[in-house]
Structure formats: C-alpha cells, structure tokens
Design a protein around this ligand. Structure first.
Ligand code: AMP
Ligand code: GLY
Length: 420
C-alpha cells in the first residue's frame, strides 16, 4: 500500500521510520518531509493548504492512507476533504479537531459531561475578562482560545501579569480568552488511539516544555520527553481513561463528530486525581519520538485500522518494557529567534552509540555543489533518542549520543528526565 505522511518534524521522522518497517508498505511519500525522513520516504513539495491538490496527488500515486502529523491541517479540515474523496485518513475531522483548535470548545464539552478540569470562564472582550479576573485566585491561567503553537498560555502569578497577558491577547482582532483556575500537581501525557467508537491506550510520556534547565524560561514546543510517564501509575491511567478520555470520545460520537486518530490528553495529577489540562489531536513532539522507540508491532496496520474504524479487530498496541528518552537539540535563540543555517555534523557518530537521531528543522545545503552538508532550518533541529531497560540508562545513552553531535549553533537541556 502507498502512504502519504503529512509533516516535516521530528514527530514525522519517527513515524516515517516505523512506517517504513511495516511489511504492507509499498511507497511512502512525505510532504514536505525533511532530510531525515528522506531516508525512508519520497519527499514531495505539496501545498498542504490546497486540499484539492493533496487529493489529486493521492489519486495519481494510488495513496490509500494519509497520516496527518501536525494539528494545523487537521483544524483546517484536510482529513474531511480527503475522506470525502475516498482516501482513508489517520487524523480527526475539523469538527473533532476543535478539541485542540478551541480551548473554549473543550472546556464547554468537559462541563457538559462532567470531566474533571480546572474551573473556567470564556471571555470575548478585554473588559469582560478584566471583570471576571476577580472571581479567580492567584495564580490564574490566561489562555488564547485558538491554536498558538505552545505560546498561548500564561500562568500569571500576579493580577498585573494577568492583565498584561489579557491586554496582549485582545490586541488580536476577534480574539477570545479562557480564564482558568490554577491546578497544582505533576503533569503527564496520555495517548489514546480512537477509530470513532473504540479506543486503545497508546502509551504515556512526560515532556519538558520550558526552554531552560530546571524548567525555567519561556514555554516551547518541548525540549525533551520520556516514555512511559513515571507519575502516571496504572491506577491513575485507568482513572484518566474512565473519567476523562472515554466520556470525551463518547460525547463526540454522540454529537455526530466522532474522533479518528490519536487523542493526546495533557493531564495534571492533582490530590483529587487526574484533571484535564488540554487536549491535542495528534501525537506530541518530541513525545512521539520516545513512543516510537518503544513501539513494537506493525504501525501501518494499526494506523490503517484506526482510519477504517476497525480498531477492535487490530492487535492490541504493544510497547517494549523499559523506557525511552529524547533530548531536543535546538538552534540558539529558540524559541524567540532561532539562528538558521548552522552546520550540523556527528549524526552518524551519535547513532553509532545505539541512539536514533530524528531530524526536525534540518535542510540539505548543496549550495557549494557537494550536496553533503546538513544545516539548521528551524527552531527545534534534532531529537536524539534512546531506549533502554531503565529510564536512567535511556537517559545516559541519549546524552552520550547528544555529546557526539557537532552543532556549534545549537543548545539542549542537560536535565531531560531528571525528574523521573
Ligand atoms: P496548554 O497549552 O493548555 O497545555 O498549557 C501549557 C502549559 O501551561 C501546561 O503544560 C501547564 O504547565 C500550564 N497550564 C495550563 N493550564 C493550567 C492550569 N489550569 N493550571 C496549571 N497549569 C496550567
Ligand atoms: N510536546 C508538546 C506537544 O507536542 O504539544
């Protein structure tokens, strides 16, 4: 079977690597892909926003399954248009992707079916938001309603910070805000495959969102992750499935907008049990890289079963015991102003340790004609990932590999997995 993978980050490199191992795969295309993905797939320049062009490509290349990595095309309805054209898709419809695309939508759904989550208000103007602030204690959490690539959330310790965040948020025409009560506890991420009706747990992880060591500095897309989560015990995972994930999936199905793909529940493990912080409608990046290091089995068969509503007949997802851990190597200046163009070496030496180096923001630079130079072209550049019998060993292996990367313009955190 021919497959099209949409995306070009570390998450998609990890998916491409596993898809390429599936016996049922004939040709794998990736749009846009990256130099790492290109070792497993044919990278194609397709305008992902042009759904008709993507459908034409699928028809002309006999693509039977499209796997959509990032959230933006899902929120924009790419899965709907491909399905309407007769192509199976791993990824939710625009209506179901509102779980990530609109924080207000998700909070209203949680309220309707009694899912444990922080108390909230949806606000459509700065004046209303400022008036509502007094009903919340401190710290208070200020969120922009729509997609914000990890930058839409402010945990405000003072009223002044909350006012600043709200003022900035409402500068954007048409903006909506969600105010939330602050939850305290440890965070964990739970991944669940869903074919619209049936679900299957697909592992857990913990990530490190802040740019600096000791979880300091601005939020990023994620500087590293490990799987499984240490904090999400089997008992807490079962609570999260029963009280959060199952009611969500059931509500979407009942509303006529079933969820098809992977649901990523960001959880706060509080004294009162797991509470939902947010949903994402795709794999996490870099969580996916750690998950794929542990995944055992045929990924293509599983994702196709999800896309075709046959999850109940598919073999139950299996993961290796032990742990996997990924360290993101980012370009200096990330997340605000990453420097582009820095030369990257040492990948083969890093992989010689047994680790895997997933590409994200990399580009083959053949400006001088030799075609062999790899340079940085984005904020997060590589995810150096290792698996072992214990988290401590996976961590040691990953850092041994990171130390072989030769990328003077890059940086990484040294404490990924330290809280494990
Ligand atoms: P989100 O984009 O919604 O995942 O938020 C980003 C980060 O903000 C989360 O990973 C949490 O660390 C933090 N956060 C979001 N909502 C809350 C909340 N209600 N209480 C405490 N922390 C939160
Ligand atoms: N690493 C967080 C995310 O993918 O949203």
């Amino acid at each position: 079977m021919n497959v099209l993978l949409v995306g070009g980050g570390g998450r998609e490199h990890a998916l491409a690597w596993r898809l390429a191992q599936s016996p049922g795969l004939m040709r794998l295309f990736a749009a846009p892909g990256n130099p790492g993905i290109a070792t497993h797939a044919e990278c194609v320049a397709l305008d992902i926003a042009d759904h008709g062009a993507v459908l034409d490509f699928c028809r002309s290349r006999d693509v039977a399954l499209v796997v959509i990595g990032p959230e933006a095309p899902l929120v924009a309805g790419l899965a709907d248009d491909l399905r309407e054209g007769g192509v199976a898709v791993f990824g939710p419809s625009a209506a179901a992707a509102r779980l990530e695309g609109s924080k207000g939508f998700t909070k209203d759904l949680c309220a309707r079916v009694h899912i444990p989550t922080a108390a909230y208000r949806r606000l459509a103007s700065l004046a209303d938001a400022l008036a509502a602030l007094d009903g919340f204690g401190l710290p208070v959490v200020v969120k922009a309603d729509g997609l914000a690539a990890g930058k839409g959330v402010t945990v405000a310790a003072t009223r002044g910070e909350a006012v600043d965040a709200l003022s900035a948020l409402f500068q954007v025409p048409g903006a909506e805000a969600v105010l939330e009560r602050f939850l305290s506890g440890r965070e964990a991420s739970l991944f669940v495959l869903c074919d619209g009706a049936d679900i299957a747990a697909f592992g857990s992880a913990e990530d490190h969102k802040r740019v600096g060591e000791g979880d300091t500095g601005p939020n990023t897309g994620g500087m590293g992750a490990f799987s499984p989560s240490v904090a999400l015990t089997p008992d807490l995972e079962e609570q999260a499935m029963a009280r959060i994930v199952r009611p969500t999936v059931a509500a979407l199905a009942q509303d006529g907008t079933p969820f098809v793909g992977v649901l990523y529940a960001g959880l706060m493990l509080t004294d009162e049990g797991p509470q939902l912080i947010e949903y994402n409608v795709r794999f996490g990046d870099p969580e996916c890289q750690a998950l794929m290091m542990r995944f055992e089995g045929d990924l293509l068969t599983l994702l196709l079963a999800v896309a075709q509503g046959r999850l109940a007949d598919a073999p139950h997802p299996r993961f290796a015991r032990g742990a996997a851990l990924g360290v993101v190597v980012a370009a200096r200046g990330y997340p605000d102003a990453p420097v582009a163009g820095g030369a990257i070496g040492g990948i083969a030496a890093a992989e010689a340790t047994g680790a895997r180096v997933f590409h994200a923001g990399t580009r083959a630079d053949d400006g001088d004609g030799d075609g062999g130079r790899l340079v940085a072209s984005g904020g997060r550049v590589l995810t150096v990932t290792a698996a072992a019998d214990t988290l401590a060993d996976a961590r040691a292996l990953a850092y041994r590999a990171v130390d072989r990367i030769d990328y003077p313009d890059g940086f990484h955190r040294r404490d990924i997995g330290a809280r494990g």
